[in-house]
Design a protein around this ligand. Structure first.
Ligand SMILES: Cc1ncc(C[n+]2csc(CCOP(=O)(O)OP(=O)(O)O)c2C)c(N)n1
Ligand code: SF4
Ligand SMILES: [Mg+2]
Length: 290
């Protein structure tokens, strides 16, 4: 379902953390002077996934957990677009887990914002894979998406923001989109986005967040160092935030697709597939299969 680029008033509960993401996305697109027609937001299923309805950019409401597959497809079809995928922890870490892990490996230059509130807000507060033990009868240990991201040896941008600190979130989203624009690969930002109706964690998270850039030894170009720093900080009962991985290595896209296959960054969506221009190629293809 492709939405029109007309924003509708938000349906979120007053105070929902997702508002922080909405305003930070608007601010970053404005700061980078990206026109509405040049940006696409693919939303997941859940309160968070409706974010595209409240923006005046192109938007798609994807199938539950499948937003990354659609976002990668859009980016490949038209690499000039700024592509943002945005959804919840139920969407991305439960039904969408397979796509989440593969997105790091595919390393397409798009931004994935995952709004983490430990619950399924839209369906009234069940335990998400991130829920602590005891939440709504949950007996499983919570899943940590940042550990999963940092465990992979790939040149991806990885960060965590907090809706209670929208200014820092804005800066990090701007950096992530710039990273994408430079063709340096996939950017993943998990936002701590409290669900004020079913799991109001604002107060607790405000006390526990710790920006890793304030610690000695912080070096986001070195994934292994950052993984260690991250784990040590979690062990101290803190919730690490900030940029965890800002790789210096070029992405697969920069090395293969962009430089070799798509020298002018012209994707299939803009290429001329008319018969006249491509007759020789089509004839060759036909000969090969007959
Ligand atoms: C295939 C499928 N399974 C289940 C659902 C029911 N469902 C709707 S939203 C949702 C979870 C949303 O949680 P999350 O992604 O964390 O978003 P939030 O509402 O917390 O922002 C579920 C399970 C669905 N819509 N489609
Ligand atoms: S139910 Fe929770 S996640 Fe959904 S809009 Fe309300 S506060 Fe936000
Ligand atoms: Mg959720």
């Amino acid at each position: 379902m492709v939405q029109s680029a007309k924003a509708i008033p938000s349906t979120w509960c007053p105070g929902c953390g997702h508002f922080g993401v909405l305003s930070a996305v608007k601010k970053s697109l404005g700061e980078l002077k990206i026109p509405n027609h040049a940006a696409v937001l693919v939303g997941g299923i859940g309160c968070s996934g409706g974010i595209h309805n409240f923006l005046e950019i192109n938007g798609i409401h994807a199938l539950h957990g499948r937003l990354l597959a659609q976002a990668v497809g859009i980016k490949l079809a038209n690499p000039k677009l700024t592509v943002i995928a945005a959804g919840g922890d139920g969407d991305g870490y439960a039904i969408g887990m397979g796509h989440f892990m593969h997105a790091f490996k595919k390393n397409a230059s798009l931004l994935y914002i995952l709004m983490m509130n430990e619950t399924y807000g839209l369906t009234k507060g069940q335990a998400a894979p991130t829920a602590p033990i005891g939440f709504d009868g949950n007996v499983e240990r919570p899943f940590d998406g940042i550990r999963a991201a940092l465990s992979q040896e790939v040149p991806n941008f990885v960060a965590r923001t907090f809706s209670g600190d929208p200014r820092t979130m804005g800066k990090i989203l701007t950096e992530a989109i710039t990273f994408n624009q430079e063709g340096r690969g996939f950017a993943f930002v998990e936002d701590l986005s409290p669900c004020v109706t079913y799991n109001d964690t604002y107060k607790e998270w405000r006390q526990r967040v710790l920006d890793l850039s304030t610690l000695p030894g912080y070096d986001p170009t070195d994934r292994k160092t950052m993984f260690r720093l991250y784990l040590e900080t979690v062990e101290k009962g803190k919730i690490p935030t900030g940029v965890f991985h800002r790789p210096a290595a070029p992405s697969a896209e920069a090395e293969s697709l962009e430089l070799k296959l798509l020298p002018d960054r012209i994707g299939p969506a803009e290429s001329d597939i008319g018969i006249d221009r491509n007759r020789a190629g089509y004839d060759k293809l036909l000969q090969a299969v007959t």
